[in-house]
Design a protein around this ligand. Structure first.
Ligand code: SAH
Length: 248
């Protein structure tokens, strides 16, 4: 059996067998000083388009590593089509949320502003770095798209109604997620989680009237926003997503 390659890196460049690539200073530091790899060691590369390739480290310069792309180890898969809409939360929790949402297969992350959203500034570069790291370690072949923050109402005004929206509804009136999703179809989905202060009552009323919205309860306890996002994505993946698929 081929030796399993442990170190995976996301790159922007096209992946073509035989081509030589130069890695970034951060990636070089990671290979050299964190993973303690040497020239001739192999790593895996993916870019969200060309599948996964094995690559051989040729040499380390001070701030750059040169690698040669070898053979394709996995073809590009069709990623899940699963969005997460969440009200921005504080730094440690939003980092955690992005990491876990990436592991759970989210394809796009939308920070959305709601009435009780307290955090207004979002460091998109940091969120993307978290998403890339989580994609690398979870053996994904793509990195979720991170969108700039926007008003929830505006995003919903231009919503394509073929995408169903699972509303994580803390009011206690929504049916349990398993029951609510049982009659729903597979296809493109999104999960919506409110801010730590919760949704305003009239926001929930307006959301429930939208034809593509499926309100669900995640149980009798009040979950923090990051927990609710993870629970929501997990239950949706288990019932209507790729939760039953085997690892490649
Ligand atoms: N302050 C609010 C709770 C907000 S929790 C209150 O005390 O009522 C943050 C978000 O997590 C909520 O807006 C909701 O989207 C989600 N959430 C938390 N607990 C939930 C539950 N039991 N069921 C469904 N969604 C929940």
């Amino acid at each position: 059996m081929a030796l399993k390659i442990q170190t995976r890196l996301f790159v922007d460049a096209a992946l073509v067998a035989g081509e030589v690539l130069e890695l970034s200073a951060d990636q070089t530091h990671y290979l050299k000083s964190v993973m303690r790899l040497d020239p001739a060691d192999r790593i895996a590369l993916f870019n969200g388009r060309d599948g996964e390739f094995a690559a051989r480290i040729e040499r380390f310069a001070r701030h750059a590593a040169t690698v040669t792309i070898e053979t394709q180890t996995r073809p590009q898969d069709a990623p899940c089509d699963l969005w997460l809409l969440f009200a921005p939360i504080k730094r440690a929790r939003i980092d955690f949320l992005v990491e876990k949402a990436t592991e759970l297969g989210a394809s796009a992350l939308y920070p959305v502003m709601t009435r009780h959203t307290m955090v207004e500034r979002v460091n998109l570069d940091r969120l993307l770095a978290n998403a890339i790291e989580a994609a690398e370690q979870s053996e994904r072949l793509s990195v979720p798209t991170i969108h700039a923050p926007q008003d929830l109402a505006r995003l919903l005004a231009s919503w394509d109604s073929s995408r169903q929206l699972m509303l994580c509804d803390e009011s206690g009136t929504a049916p349990p997620a398993a029951a609510a999703l049982a009659s729903r179809a597979r296809g493109p989905w999104a999960v919506l989680v409110g801010p730590e202060g919760g949704f305003a009552e009239d926001e929930l009323d307006a959301l429930r009237k939208l034809p593509f919205v499926c309100p669900v309860s995640l149980g009798p306890r009040v979950l923090r926003a990051d927990t609710a996002a993870i629970a929501g994505l997990a239950v949706l993946q288990a019932l209507l997503g790729d939760g039953s698929a085997a690892r490649p």
